[in-house]
Design a protein around this ligand. Structure first.
Ligand code: 5GP
Length: 200
């Protein structure tokens, strides 16, 4: 399938937004619709797999000790603690996906976004992404979605909601290239697609 050529086409796209906002679904839809043009990184996490998640596809599931040793050996371009677990994007996963020749989609939370922004300000920055924020129509809708997922206990839901407030406030400070409200998944998907392929 031919895609419109443009200077920003090959820049990685960082998709962030509160847990439960539907980022995962949107990323999945993007990859299914554009398997040749897009690919995603596989992050490391210390969180336990949820039902259906696949080692090496959804995440690399590792122990806290292993994660710490990867941090010590500077294996990550960014990493963060989220809801009592660690998550990080390895340099290797960026290399793996870049060599496929596709545009990389990264699904990461706010601290990782901040680190990548800092990295960008360095002279020899290894990565120069564009940043999209997926916003829920309201915090109430987000809470309903998080509960509906049925994978989190009450503490985890409350921590994710508190984190969501912080992420939305950060996005409102104007750091992203695009903010997309996920009111309707098809509409949000179209807006995301248009942004990635520079139609808007
Ligand atoms: P979950 O536990 O729901 O899979 O992910 C929790 C949060 O971690 C999500 O907001 C997701 O975007 C974020 N996340 C996943 N992988 C990474 C990563 O490699 N780095 C960072 N900073 N956040 C990540």
């Amino acid at each position: 399938m031919s895609q419109p050529a443009s200077a920003s086409r090959r820049r990685p796209v960082v998709i962030s937004g509160p847990s439960g906002v539907g980022k995962g679904t949107l990323c999945q839809k993007l990859l299914e619709a554009h398997p040749e043009a897009l690919s995603t990184t596989v992050s490391h996490t210390t969180r336990k797999p949820r039902p259906g998640e696949v080692e090496g596809e959804t995440y690399y599931f590792v122990s806290k000790e292993k994660f710490e040793s990867l941090v010590a050996s500077r294996s990550f371009v960014e990493y963060a603690a989220f809801n009592d677990n660690f998550y990080g994007t390895s340099k290797q996963t960026i290399i793996d996906q870049t060599t496929k020749g596709s545009t990389i989609i990264l699904d990461i939370e706010m601290e990782g976004v901040k680190q990548l922004k800092q990295e960008l300000s360095k002279k020899n920055s290894q990565i120069n992404p564009r940043f999209v924020f997926i916003k829920p129509p309201s915090l109430e809708t987000l809470e309903v979605r998080l509960r509906g997922r049925g994978t989190e206990d009450e503490g985890s839901i409350q921590r994710r909601l508190a984190q969501a407030r912080a992420e939305i406030a950060y996005a409102e400070s104007g750091v992203h290239d695009r903010i997309i409200v996920n009111q309707d998944v098809e509409e949000a998907f179209k807006q995301l697609e248009d942004f990635i392929f520079d139609k808007t």
